[in-house]
Design a protein around this ligand. Structure first.
Ligand code: URA
Length: 206
């Protein structure tokens, strides 16, 4: 398994797809590398490309507020990454071949973090990680258990900025995420300290 430094260097030098030629900065991810929850967006936008950090533009400000409303923050209890680590031109959706090229890096990050919960922010993340036919309108807020991870999708914060009427549903998704997190933590406390076999989780695949 790759360690963080090796993974970071591999990403920094990556030219597996054409997005590597047009990026200003690679956007690796941010947060607690031991977080129980991994949030996955789509790909960097303009501000993220300039600063090298995910979700720092308008959608990022909203994401920080969403996290705060369930008592979380990007520096403490979550890790935030994207399906692709380089900005797609004019913020278009990443192409299937760009997602395929980049996803091994997200898998490697997931193996290192070993989160209990993976939250897909929007359609690109949900169709890449949960189900290619995933419909956010129909299936947001639904839990899926995949290879040892609890997975759920909710609305991308950029979609909430475009359509405020979705915020109520997004709030109820966030409450479900917080409830699952509390449930997992309390069952861990009851179980006691982990034994050796708890380190054997498999990666999430698609
Ligand atoms: N939108 C995303 O999906 N990811 C970011 O990092 C920023 C905006």
């Amino acid at each position: 398994m790759l360690d963080w430094d090796t993974l970071r260097s591999a990403c920094d030098g990556c030219h597996r797809c054409p997005l590597g030629q047009t990026r200003t900065n690679l956007v690796f991810g941010v947060g607690n590398p031991e977080a129980e929850i991994l949030f996955v967006g789509e790909g960097p936008g303009e501000q993220e490309d300039l600063r090298g950090e995910p979700f720092v533009g308008k959608a990022g400000i909203l994401l920080d507020k969403m996290l705060a409303c369930i008592g979380m923050s990007r520096t403490e209890n979550v890790y935030i990454a994207n399906i692709v680590k380089c900005r797609p031109p004019r913020n278009r959706d990443p192409l299937p071949e760009e997602r395929q090229a980049c996803i091994p890096y997200l898998r490697a990050q997931t193996k290192l973090i070993r989160p209990k919960i993976i939250v897909c922010l929007g359609k690109v993340a949900a169709t890449t990680l949960i189900d290619p036919d995933f419909s956010i309108m129909r299936s947001h807020g639904v839990w899926y258990e995949r290879k040892g991870y609890w997975m759920i999708a909710t609305f991308h914060p950029a979609a909430l900025l475009r359509n405020e009427s979705l915020k109520r549903d997004a709030y109820s998704d966030l409450l479900r995420i917080r409830a699952k997190y509390d449930e997992i933590l309390s069952s861990e406390i009851k179980k006691g300290p982990p034994d050796e076999s708890d380190g054997q989780k498999e990666e999430t695949e698609k």
